[in-house]
Design a protein around this ligand. Structure first.
Ligand SMILES: Nc1ncnc2c1ncn2[C@@H]1O[C@H](COP(=O)(O)OP(=O)(O)OP(=O)(O)O)[C@@H](O)[C@H]1O
Length: 363
């Protein structure tokens, strides 16, 4: 078991920053996901950890030792790519042992490790098959076995599921996570798929244009996004501008925004009186008997879409300047064009970054 730390790691391609002063740690056996949109620098970071790119500045440490000057083969990291990265002309056993052969490990040791890892990934009976004779999920397990067999300090996953269809992705996601947990593999996992990141990770590093936006466990990232980018990128969010003042009770705040007045409980105080706020579409409750007062608001319904387990709805506030998205468990008895009442629970509103001066859309 090993730890991995990045300290202020920067990588430029010409004048362009692919990674700018990135710092995070993966503790022993931790599953850390690098999540962000295309081009945000995920693969560049993974390649620097693996030794395929050299950082311009900053340090990469494995078990507390800098590996900046070590070539890839001396780093004891293992890459796990999409399933198609298996060698098509080699059977399962030869695919798995490829790295061990290159390291010139004695054949007896190779056989021992092969048997062990085949058992770990549940492919004991498949070792003579060629990759084309395996299902997508089995191919993915071979790719993982090939990484695990070298007993790496850190496993680096580069979008390993992007080649699989939606259903298989889900089951293989759980298989990888289970193996990672069982064998306490310190793992760095690159994806732009938020569902993958939320279900698999111990910790998520949210990246945007080469910068870290937030680092935290999945629940914190989802329920306490640090800023508009994170709130919007992970899940759906309604974002508004608000004036926030402390209420009498500690930990409670009065929030005035375009939707109305809200009484909010937040473990995190706002960073300024004038901040962006967000709330999740699933947090609003339909109120059949309209009420006024704190935490109630009115929308003119614009559109509703019945999705089976929930109904998606879109509506505008009274002055028509704010459009809001809702996910309701029960379809409201109302038609498009109706003015209907909703309520937000006290803990639904989250405080984001301060609004820049002169940018007051509420005025
Ligand atoms: N060798 C290179 N030379 C110049 N620019 C590069 C090079 N490699 C990457 N980049 C640029 O750096 C940025 C980050 O690339 P990177 O591959 O790390 O993104 P990513 O987040 O992994 O994206 P994706 O999800 O699309 O794979 C991109 O704008 C890319 O064009």
């Amino acid at each position: 078991m090993s730890t991995l730390s990045l300290e202020q790691v920067t990588k430029q391609f010409g004048a362009f920053y692919a990674a700018r002063e990135i710092s995070f740690t993966a503790e022993e056996g931790e599953f850390v996901t690098l999540l962000g949109p295309s081009g945000c620098g995920k693969t560049t970071l993974l390649k620097m950890i693996g030794g395929f790119h050299q950082p311009d500045s900053g340090r990469i440490l494995i078990n507390g030792q800098s590996v900046n000057n070590l070539p890839p083969e001396k780093r004891n990291t293992a890459m796990c790519f999409q399933s198609y990265a298996l060698f098509p002309h080699l059977n399962v056993a030869h695919n798995i042992c490829f790295g061990l052969k290159q390291k010139r490990l004695p054949v007896a040791e190779q056989q021992l490790r092969l048997a062990e890892v085949l058992k770990q990934v549940g492919l004991q009976d498949q070792h003579l098959k060629m990759p084309v004779q395996l299902s997508g999920g089995q191919q993915q397990r071979v790719a993982l076995a090939r990484a695990m067999v070298t007993r790496p300090d850190v496993v680096l996953f580069d979008e390993p599921l992007s080649n699989l269809d939606a259903k298989l992705r889900e089951s293989v996601r759980f298989e990888i996570k289970e193996l990672q947990r069982q064998y306490q593999l310190t793992s760095i996992y690159v994806t732009h798929d938020q569902a993958e990141a939320l279900t698999m990770s111990d910790k998520i590093v949210v990246l945007n244009a080469g910068n870290v936006e937030q680092i935290g466990p999945p629940e914190e990232i989802y329920y306490r996004p640090a800023n508009r980018f994170v709130a919007d990128f992970i899940g759906a969010a309604n974002i508004d501008i608000a004036h926030i003042t402390p209420a009498e009770q500690p930990g409670f705040y009065r929030v005035r925004c375009q939707l109305g007045e809200f009484y909010v409980r937040s473990p995190r105080p706002p960073l300024a009186e004038h901040c962006y706020i967000c709330w999740r579409p699933e947090d609003a409750r339909f109120v059949p008997q309209p009420q006024t007062g704190d935490n109630h608001f009115f929308l003119t319904l614009r559109k509703m879409a019945f999705m089976g387990n929930l109904t998606e709805a879109w509506g505008d506030n009274d002055d028509g300047k704010l459009s809001v998205r809702l996910q309701l468990i029960k379809k409201p008895q109302a038609e498009s064009g109706a003015r209907v009442c909703f309520r937000l629970p006290e803990d639904a509103i989250h405080f984001l970054e301060p609004v820049a001066e002169g940018h007051d859309e509420m005025a």
